[in-house]
Design a protein around this ligand. Structure first.
Ligand SMILES: Cc1cc2nc3c(=O)[nH]c(=O)nc-3n(C[C@H](O)[C@H](O)[C@H](O)COP(=O)(O)O)c2cc1C
Length: 354
């Protein structure tokens, strides 16, 4: 946990935080309100990518150039770890000047977006910034907007790239570009699990496999419908057409699913997150307000799902505290235009293309 940040005079600075306290730190420096808003959204994407993001309020850069540098230096001294620093436009010069003369570099990486040319009208800061640029040993990425003149910055070994503009989805594309650079140049230490050690680490390791989300349903002999949210879904065979899903033995649906002659797997689209939550909530009446339709085999189909597969039970195999339910697909329907609901590292996600 980072304590409140103070300026050189001991006054508190506003900062927006996102991500876990023990994750590698990214400091996003804003020089105006619009950039600050953009950094807030970027901070959430960084947090989703396993980083801790700190957005320094634009007021940190509102004094004269020398004060801006002093404030940034004070902030860097107060951080518990060397951050990767991201700065755009006019923030480039004070950031570079704040990094000058530090031994070792007080940051782990630097990303500059559209640094101006000249770097700064203030001669003393400009000179320090340019000197720092020439001596930095850390990984640096300089991004230039389409059509913008890249500053004649002499940073040995800096990577230069165009600021991504993913067909209008500029923010997503930029976030992806930034995360890719950090993953490559500021990698995190991997976490180890050793057989028999803590289950939480194993769950986290398995949670790195991104999946879609399904709701598996069946009908009990007395006509009661059962169903649960499951992401342990896999296609198995085309000939014969087989799929599998792994329900927990402890789930209330397990006794029916383990014996049912027929079951269905409904693959959820991005708009069905509430359905996923409902079918994963202990004690909830999952079918009270859920629209269903029945096909030939009488198992509940969730209409308008991304895909639904009606299956005849093919096999059920013991698998520790779960079982592997294999079904032969008798009928399927899918909606080719929709986006899937995704699940990754314990959170719902959506597709985005960089
Ligand atoms: C995204 C997601 C994926 C899940 N995947 C599975 C799964 O593959 N197998 C399983 O048994 N439970 C899975 N669960 C948990 C079950 O949905 C949940 O434990 C179950 O609905 C509890 O039902 P019960 O209270 O009626 O026993 C998942 C939950 C979520 C939110």
């Amino acid at each position: 946990m980072i304590a409140p940040l103070l300026d050189p005079a001991g006054r508190p600075l506003s900062a927006y935080r996102a991500g876990a306290g023990d994750a590698p730190l990214v400091l996003l420096v804003a020089h105006d309100a619009a950039t600050q808003q953009r950094w807030h959204r970027c901070a959430e994407a960084l947090a989703d990518a396993g980083r801790q993001a700190l957005v320094l309020g634009a007021e940190a850069l509102c004094g004269d150039a020398a004060l801006q540098v002093a404030t940034l230096r004070a902030v860097l001294r107060q951080l518990p770890a060397r951050p990767a620093i991201v700065a755009a436009g006019a923030a480039a010069a004070p950031v570079l000047a704040a990094l000058s003369g530090g031994e070792p570099d007080p940051a782990s990486a630097l990303v500059l977006i559209d640094p101006p040319d000249p770097l700064c009208d203030d001669a003393s800061i400009g000179a320090r910034a340019c000197h720092a640029a020439g001596t930095l040993a850390l990984p640096v990425l300089v991004l230039a907007s389409d059509g913008a003149e890249a500053a004649a910055l002499d940073i040995p070994a800096a990577e230069h790239a165009c600021l991504a503009d993913g067909a209008g989805e500029t923010q997503d594309a930029f976030d992806a570009q930034l995360i890719e650079f950090l993953e490559r140049r500021v990698p995190r230490a991997p976490i180890d699990y050793v057989g028999g050690s803590d289950q939480r680490t194993l769950r986290d390791a398995l949670g790195t496999f991104a999946t879609g989300v399904t709701v598996v349903t069946a009908t009990a002999p007395d006509g009661t419908h059962v169903g649960l949210t499951a992401n342990s879904f896999t296609s198995v065979s085309l000939d014969p057409p087989l799929l599998l899903v792994c329900p927990a033995r402890s789930s209330s649906s397990a006794p029916i699913l383990a014996e049912a002659e027929f079951f269905a797997v409904n693959v959820l689209h991005i708009g069905q997150q509430p359905v996923s939550t409902l079918f994963a909530t202990r004690g909830a009446d999952r079918f009270a307000d859920t629209a269903i339709e029945l096909w030939e085999r009488g198992v509940p189909i969730l209409p308008n799902s991304l895909a639904s597969f009606e299956c005849r039970r093919h096999a059920a195999h013991d698998a520790g505290d779960h079982f592997i339910l294999v079904g032969e697909v008798e009928r399927a329907r899918y909606a080719p235009q929709r986006d899937p609901l995704l699940y990754f590292r314990g959170k719902y996600r959506r597709l985005h293309f960089a």
